[in-house]
Each structure stands twice: as C-alpha cells, then as structure tokens.
Design a protein around this ligand. Structure first.
Ligand code: GLY
Length: 293
C-alpha cells in the first residue's frame, strides 16, 4: 500500500475582531506539509504508522502558531492545560487530558500507551510526565496571552462571537492532528490541543476522547478538530470512520459530516483509508496537507 501522512492545523473561520493576517494560511499549510514529510521520514519499522503521526504532531506542537503544545490557549483563569491522544488500527489508544507545562503532550500520550491505562488527566498526568522524564516547560506565548486577554474582554463586555453565545458559548482554534497509512496497511492518528479560547480549568474537549477526536481501525484513521463539546456528542471521528468502513470515499465521508455539523459551530477532519484520503472543514477554513511517499 502507498504510505501517506496527512496533517491539519485546526478548523476555524476568521472573525471580524480577529481577521486572518494576509498570507498566514499559506504559511500554515507549508508547516502542515513539513509535518507530513517528518511523518513520512518516521514511517518505518514495526511501529511505522504510529511513529509517523507522532513525528508529524511534534512539528505542529512545536510551532507556536498552532493551538497545541507551545502556543496553546490559556484557560479563563490564565492556566494552561493540554490534551493529546494517539490511536492505531490494531486497537491501541492512549490520551492525556489537562496536562500542565509539558512541551510535547503527544509524547506523554505515547508513554501512557505503555501502561495498563488509556487516559491520564490533570495532576496525575503531569506527575506521570515528570516521572517519565518530560521536564516542566512554560508553554505560554505572548500571542496566547493576548488571545486570553481578548477572550476575557469579550466575556466581560458581552461582545461575544456567534459561537461564543453559550458563555454565552466558547471558541476553539488550531488543534493539530495527523493520520497515516503505512505500507503494510496499518493506520494511526494523533491529535493535540490547548482547547478553546474560552474555557474553564478542567475542561476536556474532543481531542483525547476515543471516537470523538480520533479513531483508527482496519479501514483507516480519522482525526477531528473543531468545537470539542459538539464533536464529543456527535462522536465525530467515529462517524466519519463508520462511513469509510461502509465503503464511502474519505472525502465524501468528511464532507457529509462537516455539512451536518450544526451552525454556528465549526468542525474539520482529515482521514485516510486503504485506497484514498480526504480533508475538509466548515467553509474550508483549516490549514492541512497530504504527502505520499
Ligand atoms: N477540538 C479541540 C477542543 O475542543 O478542545
């Protein structure tokens, strides 16, 4: 089978109060392509598919323009908590949620995979990371601080965006993810996020939830991004996977789920199957890339 890696840098339309800087999207797509190439370089050995999505996720977690790892969004109290997960087509799944001060949450998720558990959260996840040798690191950037200040201003003024009305509501952006297909026909998916821009400490989105943010099985792998609460309730990644398992082309499967996602909330997916791949998000707003070997 032809090896391939797909990556995305999060779904989300620009808003009037936060317009997209000119040229930014093209730059982010280039980083997504770079992440795919790093994934392809790691696509070897018995853990090829898994190694690929980890390598790809690290490139994106380390780029402060994405809301994952370095540059992740802050919670409303100014704290920073990170979610990440990994799944493989042979049925392995591992995740961390509300992990603090750790550079690459996807690597901590990988370490969880070697324990009897599937998910560690909060203080336990952070302590586990330190025990496994992941040092404490500040992931807070100036950009994330500004985003946080603006979110608090919107909350105070009541001048909320359409999808923030439940805080009325909340915003998301820039979750990262990767899916891969190895030459032996195995698949894997990674996903990592700093959550939304308006969220309480302790909030967990779709990223570390099996079937919501990620799913992998014998027919392929799917990664979701977007409004985490709805993606959990709709089991977004699972729904796209089910369509693929039923024989639908991944692109068609994604388009159907994106179309059905209730407005004004936004969603995006990347997916790979044995023969094909697909990517798409609400109104097309999601930097993403696919690179074949
Ligand atoms: N999709 C990322 C989140 O809602 O946390």
């Amino acid at each position: 089978m032809k090896p391939i890696v797909l990556t995305h840098g999060g779904a989300g339309r620009p808003t009037p109060d936060a317009p997209e800087p000119e040229g930014l999207r093209a730059e982010l797509v280039k980083v997504c392509e770079q992440a795919c190439r790093s994934g392809l370089d790691a696509l070897k050995g018995s853990e090829a598919a898994l190694g690929a999505v980890i390598a790809a996720a690290i490139v994106l977690e380390d780029d402060a323009r994405f809301n994952a790892g370095t540059g992740a969004n802050l919670r409303l109290d100014g704290s920073l908590e990170l979610d990440a997960s990994l799944a493989t087509s042979d049925g392995r799944f591992a995740a961390v949620a509300c992990l603090r001060a750790t550079k690459n949450p996807v690597l901590v998720a990988r370490a969880v995979m070697d324990t009897p558990h599937v998910m560690l959260c909060g203080e336990g996840a952070t302590r586990f990371a330190r025990q496994k040798g992941f040092p404490e690191a500040s992931m807070v950037t100036d950009k994330a601080l500004k985003r946080w200040q603006k979110a608090r201003e919107r909350l105070t003024s009541g001048n909320l965006r359409p999808y923030e009305q439940a805080w009325k509501n909340m915003q998301f952006h820039g979750t990262i993810g990767a899916v891969s297909r190895a030459a032996d026909g195995t698949f894997a998916v990674s996903c990592s996020t700093g959550g939304t821009s308006m969220m309480l400490p302790g909030r967990i989105g779709d990223t570390p939830i099996y079937g919501a943010g990620v799913f992998a099985g014998e027919h392929g792998a799917v990664c979701a991004t977007g409004h985490g609460e709805l993606c959990i309730k709709r089991m977004g990644a699972w729904r796209v996977y089910q369509r693929i398992a039923a024989g639908e082309h991944p692109q068609k499967a994604i388009e159907a789920e994106v179309k059905d996602f209730p407005a004004p909330f936004e969603v995006g997916f990347i997916a790979v199957s044995k023969e094909a791949h697909g990517m798409g998000a609400t109104e097309g707003y999601m930097p993403c890339a696919a690179v074949e070997a």
